[in-house]
Design a binder for this molecule. Structure first.
Ligand code: NDP
Ligand code: A1CAB
Length: 269
């Protein structure tokens, strides 16, 4: 029996696959995983890079799997479940990373009472440094949450949350890496504006990101205090911060995350 069927071999499917197969004691071996991916070119890439089996047929993959991990887009869900209704049984656990889609909607699409755990991972799971929020649906309890926690602990931090918080968590955490990459892009461009060679700007900005991230992991790390420690009176940093504040960067961040939360809710309907 296949231990894990990953339905959707796109960005998130691959990030989780990479994390779950990584390390000297991987969570799964490649032989225990099948990825359902419709695009043959993409499937071939996943077979070559990870050594997993792939198929374009979700039904047989789901029928023989203990755990089904959904990493398809929200608008794929209806067609997918319509096609696999005969292949599902109530002993399987469905773990859904599908943005915005509530467990109640998935439960209504499933033919029986399969347990469903909703999760919201982020792409750093690919390097074992992700964060995955989990919440249980109607037919999932502590045992299923414990299992989901054990599934994701090798790829990062796991937090148990109320499902009502999932859209906010999607906006802040699921999408979160994109914001840091966006800021990284902007800082590299700023370095180039100031005349630095691109390679040097990239090296400096990436090393800064790593250093700041490490400092934030220290117990009781306080972003406000650490920012103040860099901001010398009458110095260079405060000149930059003034520009951020004058241009409404803080308010723009809040509005952006609100927009992401609203879009997550909308995608799931
Ligand atoms: N990217 C991220 O950082 C995160 C994404 N998510 C969630 O993960 C899900 C996937 O997102 P992402 O990976 O970015 O999207 P992608 O478009 O990269 O991947 C979706 C994949 O699903 C495949 N697919 C579509 N329909 C089916 C089907 N019926 N059976 C099997 N595979 C199918 C698509 O194939 P094809 O291209 O051929 O259509 C595609 O490869 C979304 O619901 C998103 O909200 C959650 C957290 C973070
Ligand atoms: O952009 C999206 O909709 C998905 C959900 C969180 C990250 N990516």
């Amino acid at each position: 029996m296949t231990k894990l069927a990953i339905i959707g071999g796109g960005n998130m499917g691959e990030a989780l696959l990479a994390g779950l197969l990584a390390g000297t004691e991987p969570r799964f071996t490649a032989a225990e995983v099948v990825v359902v991916e419709l695009a043959e070119e993409r499937a071939a890439y996943l077979r070559e890079h990870y050594g997993v089996a792939t198929t374009a047929e979700a039904g047989p993959a789901i029928r023989t799997a203990e755990t089904v991990l959904l990493t398809v887009k929200p608008y794929h869900v209806d067609d997918l479940f319509a096609a696999v209704a005969d292949d599902v049984n109530d002993n399987q656990l469905f773990v859904s990373a599908v943005g915005g889609v509530r467990t109640s909607r998935l439960e209504a699409l499933l033919p029986g009472k399969s347990p469903v755990v909703r999760c919201m991972p982020n792409t750093p799971v690919s390097v074992g440094r992700g964060v995955v929020a989990i919440s249980a649906g109607t037919y999932a309890g502590e045992a299923e949450l414990d299992y989901a926690q054990s599934l994701f602990e090798p790829v990062g931090k796991v937090v148990r949350v109320e499902e009502s918080r999932m859209d906010a968590i999607t906006a802040l955490s699921g999408s979160g890496p994109a914001y840091y990459f966006f800021l990284t892009e902007a800082l590299i461009e700023a370095g180039i504006l100031l005349g630095l060679p691109r390679a040097l700007a990239e090296e400096l900005v990436k090393a800064n990101a790593a250093g700041a991230a490490e400092m934030l992991q220290v117990p009781d790390a306080d972003a406000v205090r650490m920012r103040a420690a860099v901001t010398s009176p009458g110095g260079a940093t405060i000149a930059a911060i003034r520009q951020f504040e004058e241009r409404g960067v803080r308010a723009a961040v809040m509005a952006a995350i609100e927009a992401a939360r609203d879009r997550a809710a909308e995608m799931g309907r």
